[in-house]
Design a protein around this ligand. Structure first.
Ligand code: GRF
Length: 216
């Protein structure tokens, strides 16, 4: 079973989806630790309710980013995790930290990357009258929201969508694709080799796509 750690800052609905999938199916992975960067993260209680060990590396207790990242890295090492899933983790990690965990660090971003990197993606997508939106699970590299995308959940934007309504549908897709990617990595169907992604032994030339019928 691949040991996975999940790092959060907030409510942790993706963390919960990842942990529940690990418990419910033959996922090939297990969540060994949930780490939050603040004690108020709602996901901590969710993780505890699922019986997953939690810890807090409290950002505010460190005078600089290097100290915080060193402590986070040590906590991840101590957890024994071979894969680290950032899930609503609201910090930008330094290139040094990313390098330390190269090929083991995933993130989920609420857009169809490479489009709409950064914040407020739902409102920006609606303002631009895009036909489609979604979420992307990608390996983390030193470039913010720029690492190779493994899988995307895609949905159609509906007339009358608000940032809230579309966010809810994007979240539902996130809860499908993030556990799916963890399983694909656990089963070695997805692999990181020399800064590229391989799928079933061949270079992954385009992200795997999960279409949302419910949102069509
Ligand atoms: C998700 O929308 C994810 O794409 C983004 O932050 C949000 C986290 O939500 N990175 P949750 O804490 O998992 O509910």
């Amino acid at each position: 079973m691949l040991p996975v750690a999940v790092v959060i800052s907030g409510r942790g609905s993706n963390m919960e989806a990842i942990a529940r999938a690990a418990q419910a199916q033959d996922s090939g992975y297990r969540v060994v630790r949930v780490i939050a960067d603040r004690p108020t993260a709602g996901g901590l209680a969710r993780a505890a309710a699922l019986g997953v060990p939690t810890s807090v590396v409290h950002l505010k207790e460190f005078s600089d980013r290097a100290g915080f990242e060193a402590a986070l890295g040590n906590e991840l090492d101590a957890s024994g995790a071979a894969l680290v899933a950032l899930a609503g983790f609201m910090r930008i990690l330094s290139p040094q930290f990313v390098q330390r965990f190269e090929g083991k660090l995933l993130n989920i971003h609420p857009s169809l990357l490479p489009h709409y990197k950064g914040l407020d993606t739902h409102a920006r997508v609606l303002a631009a009258r895009e036909s489609h939106h979604g979420a992307s699970v990608h390996y983390v590299t030193a470039e913010l929201d720029g690492g190779p995308v493994i899988m995307q959940g895609r949905l159609r934007v509906r007339a009358g969508d608000s940032p809230e309504s579309i966010s809810a549908r994007v979240h539902a897709l996130e809860h499908i694709i993030y556990p799916h990617v963890c399983s694909l990595i656990a089963r070695r169907r997805i692999e990181w080799r020399r800064e590229s992604v391989y799928f079933d032994g061949a270079p992954l030339v385009a992200p795997l796509i999960e279409e949302s019928d419910a949102a069509a």
